[in-house]
Design a protein. Structure first.
Length: 235
């Protein structure tokens, strides 16, 4: 598909989008939040996944250039799908469906105007953790870890939740008499404990799925962040 704006010389671009199953659509929005309207060409792939190619306008050259979707750190949707530009948050959200589950990647721009992955979704495969946190959205969406990255791709934080529309992080409700709170995912000794009735923010899952990172907020004290053993929490 070749597009050209008649009022703007040399403004053509090759959209190179598969027509998909519902034809190609062209729309305008500000996708890099610089005040200039950009273009997006989209086509439906299947019932719910709308593939999108974005072309941002370069006012200095009076041309459009393709906006590439970052691929590192690992993303859930390869490319842009069902893309939404949030002008207030200055972010782009790409969402795609794989099987029964929706996934999302959120992008932002760094100070130099480079697009980077700010937040993504990592489904929690452990049924024990899904059960332990006793959570899930009204439509049955399972829990995921939502890591956040800085412009260099360094992980700076994470939370556990279902979707971007639901409150995060979900809560761990301690049901056992005493639950050790370890400093690292592999530590074997600690002097810190949570007790029955405590609630803590669920933040992350260890690589082996055996431990859960939580943050306990205590009135008058600093937050306590550590790792609990999933099996110990379910005894």
């Amino acid at each position: 598909m070749w597009c050209c704006l008649p009022a703007m010389p040399n403004s053509g671009f090759d959209a190179n989008v598969d027509d998909g199953e519902g034809g190609v659509q062209l729309r305008s929005d500000d996708y890099n939040f610089d005040g200039h309207p950009d273009l997006a060409v989209s086509a439906m792939l299947g019932q719910v996944n709308e593939a999108v190619r974005v072309f941002v306008f370069d006012p200095a050259r009076h041309r459009f250039r393709a906006l590439a979707a970052p691929t590192r750190p690992a993303v859930q949707c390869e490319g842009f799908f069902n893309l939404v530009a949030d002008q207030q948050q200055r972010s782009l959200t790409s969402s795609c469906r794989g099987g029964p589950m929706w996934y999302a990647d959120v992008y932002r721009y760094d100070a130099g105007g480079r697009l980077y992955l700010w937040r993504t979704q990592q489904r929690i495969e452990s049924p024990q953790i899904q059960t332990l946190l006793e959570s899930g959205s009204a439509d049955g969406m399972p829990l995921s870890v939502w890591p956040m990255y800085d412009p260099r791709g360094v992980k700076v934080a994470s939370e556990i939740g279902t979707t971007l529309e639901e409150p995060m992080p979900v809560q761990l409700h301690v049901q056992v008499t005493r639950l050790p709170l370890y400093a690292t995912p592999t530590a074997t000794a600690t002097k810190r404990y949570l007790v029955r009735g405590d609630q803590a923010d669920a933040l992350d899952v260890s690589a082996d799925g055996a431990r859960l990172q939580v943050r306990y907020r205590s009135a008058g004290r600093s937050d306590s962040v550590g790792w609990i053993d999933v099996d110990a929490a379910m005894q």
